[in-house]
Design a protein around this ligand. Structure first.
Ligand code: AHR
Length: 325
């Protein structure tokens, strides 16, 4: 019944995924003429779920066969998924690296197999040249700068003499964590009113955002003027803790978030968040266009950053259009 090697490999691919038990079952390719293997890092946030959905939608629209694996927040699952994509001989591999280090070996295997690799959303650190074809993702440094510039404007508007900031960061050693922090710190560093009391790691998770906020309130209490949170999920976890402590988020404490998902925008409209810097998860279209170009042997841009906006209490928030994630 199995007529050729490619179908046998497909069966082996599906079985390997099931046996490995390391994520969602790989999907059957929709168009075997152009196959993309995509390793998503997890489903930790509304952003991530929106990103996965967008990639699936755009793959359908562009007629690209998609093998999607969810690594459930584990780098070893992503490495195993990339190895399965290589074994199946997909045309292009894409992945969103959970952290920046530790990819050289598997990417060298992809290179030796002649399969181009696209980084989606996050970057990697490597000494080797030519392991990846390009990066499609946000300019996280700029997001940090935009957050800090808003804070400086807000401090001016409120005539603040000293601004005590706590930072809740995303996953340690991930690109958004490193670059958002760098952009924010570099920018506030030029304003001597700004003091960072501490930075804590909230891993981009709502539950961790709540835990971090409890810890921050017990250490610093009313001294906190600003919470800079690296994503909406952690912000939404932190807000109830601030209210439980008898404080009003958005008024007693300035709240700055990143992503711009619908839930955070709704809370911005209620005045409990002051600023949300957009980080768009809609990377699917650029991804499919790049996949098609690579398959055709065409040149692709080394880095593609989407345009991103900022939503703040300085504007008429009622006019913000539905976000779609
Ligand atoms: O890499 C993008 C970040 O990852 C988003 O800001 C966050 O919500 C997600 O989990």
């Amino acid at each position: 019944m199995i007529k050729n090697g490619k179908y046998l490999l497909l069966v082996l691919f599906v079985l390997a995924g099931l046996l490995a038990g390391c994520g969602d079952k790989p999907e059957k390719p929709k168009d075997p003429r152009l196959l993309l293997g995509f390793s998503q890092l997890g489903s930790e946030s509304a952003w991530r779920i929106g990103n996965t959905r967008d990639i699936e939608t755009q793959a359908d629209l562009y007629g690209v066969g998609l093998m999607l694996e969810n690594a459930n927040q584990k780098q070893e699952n992503q490495i195993a998924a990339i190895r399965r994509f290589i074994a199946y001989k997909v045309d292009v591999i894409a992945f969103s690296p959970i952290v920046e280090e530790g990819w050289d070996n598997v990417l060298l295997e992809a290179k030796n197999a002649g399969i181009p690799v696209i980084l989606v959303d996050r970057d990697i650190k490597t000494e080797r040249e030519g392991l990846t074809a390009c990066l499609i993702g946000s300019d996280f440094y700029k997001e940090g700068v935009m957050a800090a510039e808003y804070l400086i404007r807000k401090a001016d508007a409120l005539d603040l003499e000293e601004v005590n900031i706590v930072e809740i960061t995303g996953t340690e050693n991930s690109t958004p964590m490193r670059q958002r922090q760098a952009g924010f710190m570099d920018t506030i560093g030029k304003d001597e009113r700004m003091k960072v009391l501490t930075s804590v790691n909230g891993d981009f998770l709502k539950s961790r955002g709540a835990e971090c906020m409890r810890q921050l309130l017990s250490s610093f209490g009313r001294k906190i003027d600003v919470v800079f949170s690296h994503n909406d999920e952690m912000t939404l976890g932190a807000l109830p803790e601030i209210e439980r402590a008898g404080l009003k988020p958005g008024r007693d404490i300035i709240i700055i978030s990143i992503d711009g998902g619908q839930d955070a925008i709704d809370v911005l409209k209620q005045g409990k968040i002051n600023c949300v810097v957009e980080c768009t998860p809609k990377l699917g279209r650029a991804l499919m266009e790049t996949v098609i170009k690579l398959k055709a042997g065409e040149e692709v841009a080394e880095v593609i950053h989407p345009e991103e906006a900022i939503f703040t209490d300085e504007q008429n928030t009622a006019g913000i259009a539905p976000r779609g994630y």
